[in-house]
Design a protein around this ligand. Structure first.
Ligand code: G1P
Ligand code: ZN
Length: 543
């Protein structure tokens, strides 16, 4: 066994996006592709020598092979130890927790989140920092630079490490510790929430359906919801992770979790439905006959978090990504909480959490989390909801009705146009960008534009500035349209249009969201020329 040095050359396009480097699996499987990027990670963190890292992934196709390569490159680089989830599995929030609990120098998560998996689908790699959160831009920029100048990498020549057996083994001088992927995470959840209250809720006949979408949360949800909290066996469905997520799209929204939606909207629906994504950081919440949008869920959790033991002392502050609806802002205003607006992507919450400025945060893209880890956390959101329902005795629908009665309702929807010709999408954005100034004060189909700008963010903790974070048009009366191009797509461009309208009139609260947003949707097209530039008459996905 020895370390070998392999000659290589820069490969174009190795630039991490909103959340790590994501590419087609076959791209990742090309010679040197993964290796070059891992070498760049070592470079960006000042070398891996002497370090301890966490490693795991969401179990998608190539997860197991990639883990072996990463281990051999860590051994070649002189890493002291790698803590690996059994079977090379770890949900993203569980990886974040392990990094923190074991005070490691960071970790590598293999996942393309909610994107489908398989040889013809997507794969991804991201590095998380010692605080458990995604690498900030300063670090990912160093990765990009390293990928552009790489000429060789080092890899240990060895047989595959056995990742199926718990315990510690070695690869050269490096230790490999295989741990139960669920145990530490489950212990953390038990500390945060009132498990007794949730147990009593299930004993009273409360019915739950958790759809793990053939992805990583299956084992976590089964252990916590069924085995520990006493939800009836079979409450967790699609619970076995599969390399191609059962051929599905592990994205918890009404389109891709249609089975769950059908059950929850049908006769005899359970009391509570939830789903999580490929790597377990996203969540969808749905009550009996009542879908809860992610922005609303965030606002409800912020308004009621004190019910859970972990947040009983109150929240330090809250944050949302810019395109997320401003329902959260209304809660913050009433409760006297600071509310931060950050660019899209979880990495921007890290400094606010580390600095103790916020306790709870979230994104419209089904992501909610708190200072318990440094990633969004799907199962955590489900447990916080259950804790709140258990203590208030309300149904999901009652929670929503009471919330809107107190705070008003922010109708909100995101329209995605997927795999659009990248040049056309960029042209559309460029044209809109130049027209933003002229829009201010103008009338668009009966509504006055109050402000229009391109979002930039100055991090209040480290002073860093992120520019080009989306075009936003706000109207008098509280309506808003935001346009941005996805940073996680792997084919062409994905145009995301975020549409919001507010109402304080209780008579409107039960309106269908798309109906309530009809005028704003028409304005969104009128302002940007979506149909004209994309050639599409309707979005591919509405959430
Ligand atoms: C999307 C979501 C964003 C989320 C990211 C990673 O990024 O919009 O909120 O943080 O996935 O899960 P986008 O494709 O929009 O860049
Ligand atoms: Zn995810």
């Amino acid at each position: 066994m020895s370390v070998i040095t392999v000659k290589t050359a820069p490969i174009e396009g190795q630039k991490p996006g909103t959340s790590g480097l994501r590419k087609k699996t076959r791209v990742f499987m090309q010679p040197h592709y993964l290796e070059n990027f891992v070498a760049a990670i070592w470079d960006a963190i000042g070398g891996v020598a002497g370090k301890t890292l966490v490693l795991g992934g969401d179990g998608r196709y190539f997860n197991d092979r990639a883990a072996q390569v990463i281990l051999r490159m860590a051994a070649a680089g002189g890493a002291a130890k790698v803590i690996v989830g059994q079977g090379a599995l770890l949900s993203t929030p569980a990886a974040s927790n392990l990094i923190r609990q074991r005070a490691t120098d960071g970790g590598i998560i293999m996942s393309a989140s909610h994107n489908p998996g398989g040889p013809d689908e997507d794969f991804g790699v991201k590095f998380n920092m010692p605080n458990g959160g995604p690498a900030p831009e300063e670090v990912t920029n160093r990765m990009v630079a390293a990928t552009q100048s790489i000429s060789e990498y080092r890899i240990y020549e060895a047989q595959d490490a056995d990742l199926s057996t718990l315990g510690t083994s070695g690869m050269g001088d490096m230790k490999i510790e295989v741990v139960d992927p669920v145990a530490d995470y489950a212990a953390l959840m038990e500390k945060l929430f009132d498990f007794d209250a949730i147990r009593t809720l299930f004993q009273s006949g409360f019915r739950l359906r958790f759809d793990a979408m053939h992805a990583i949360t299956g084992p976590y949800a089964t252990a916590i919801l069924e085995d520990t909290l006493g939800a009836p066996k079979g409450s967790v469905v699609n619970a076995t992770p599969s390399p191609d997520f059962g051929g599905g799209h592990p994205d918890p929204n009404p389109i891709w979790a249609k089975d769950l939606m059908d059950v929850m909207m049908g006769d005899g629906a359970p009391d509570f439905g939830a789903a999580s994504d490929g790597d377990g950081d996203r969540n969808m919440i749905v009550g009996r006959g009542c879908y809860v949008g992610a922005s609303d869920s965030l606002a409800v959790l912020a308004a009621n978090a004190r019910i859970a033991p972990a947040y009983a002392a109150g929240l330090k502050g809250v944050a949302r990504s810019m395109p997320t609806s401003r329902a959260l802002d209304r809660v913050a205003a009433r409760r006297g909480l600071d509310c931060y607006e950050t660019p899209t992507g979880w990495k921007f919450f890290g400094n606010l959490l580390d600095d103790g400025r916020i306790t709870l945060c979230g994104e419209e893209s089904a992501g909610t989390g708190s200072d318990h880890v440094r990633e969004k956390d799907g199962l955590w959101a489900v447990l916080l909801w259950l804790n709140i329902l258990a203590k208030t005795g309300k149904s999901v629908q009652e929670m929503m009705n009471d919330h809107w009665a107190e705070f008003g309702r922010n109708f909100y929807s995101r329209h995605d146009y997927e795999a659009v010709d990248a040049e056309k999408a960029n042209t559309m954005m460029d044209r809109l960008r130049t027209r933003l100034g002229d829009l201010v004060g103008s009338d668009v189909m009966g509504a006055t534009v109050e402000s229009a700008d391109e979002f930039a963010y100055d991090d209040p903790v480290d002073g860093s500035r992120a520019t080009g974070q989306g075009l936003r048009v706000a109207f008098a009366g509280g309506g808003r349209i935001v346009y941005r191009l996805s940073g996680t797509g792997t084919v062409g461009a994905t145009l995301r249009v975020y549409i919001e309208e507010v109402s304080d009139d209780p008579a409107t609260f039960t309106m269908d969201t798309q109906d309530a947003l009809k005028d704003m949707i028409a304005r969104a097209d009128q302002i940007a020329g979506i149909r004209e530039f994309t050639g599409r008459t309707a979005p591919d996905v509405r959430t």
